[in-house]
Design a protein around this ligand. Structure first.
Ligand code: FES
Length: 175
């Protein structure tokens, strides 16, 4: 008798995430997961690393972690929503994640962040009152060669300055 088709292997499913293919942050996250040998009890550690890399935990990232650790997505969502130190996808229509890792910091990422905070009248971790922009920070997104890097709506953008960051932000909001 023929066996029923086997369910798709989670790790293969993870590869199908388009973001996972070209995004170095997923590679770094995968290396971190490997370090923990894909152990289920590494979930909180892995989510911490993911938040460091992405600035917050988006649906795709949570599904990726679930697949890599071979855990049900519900378990991963449960943990991510239970602990206050995890930030789920922010509510802003746009997201700006400024990398404050060492390489970006020494190249002026703090000045980029300060300029955006001043322009939007919010601090890192906050969303503008009109829900247009959420501003977040990350710690090394794996793009040190193009520091300082900022991620605008999921796109890693190289060599940012206060001026280039404000030019991007001003496309989203009326200054
Ligand atoms: S420190 Fe910013 S990408 Fe590495």
């Amino acid at each position: 008798m023929a066996l029923p088709p086997s369910p798709e292997k989670p790790r293969i499913a993870a590869r199908y995430l388009p973001q996972a293919a070209g995004d170095k942050r997923f590679k770094i996250l995968e290396a971190h997961i490997k370090k923990f040998q894909h152990r289920h009890d590494a979930l909180i550690e892995v989510l911490h690393k993911a938040q460091e890399l992405f600035g917050y935990l988006e649906d795709d990232v949570l599904r990726y972690v679930a697949a890599q650790l071979k855990l049900p997505a519900s378990r991963v969502y449960g943990v991510a929503t239970f602990y206050h130190f995890f930030t789920l996808k922010p509510q802003g229509a746009h997201t700006c994640v400024v990398c404050l890792g060492t390489a970006c910091y020494v190249k002026g990422a703090n000045r980029v962040l300060a300029a955006v905070e001043q322009q939007l009248h919010i601090k890192a971790g906050e969303t503008t009152p009109d829900n247009q922009v959420s501003l977040l920070t990350a710690r090394c997104i794996g793009a040190c060669g193009i520091a300082p890097a900022v991620v605008y709506d999921g796109t890693v953008t190289p060599r940012q300055s206060p001026e280039s960051a404000l030019a991007q932000i001003n496309q989203w909001v009326t200054p």
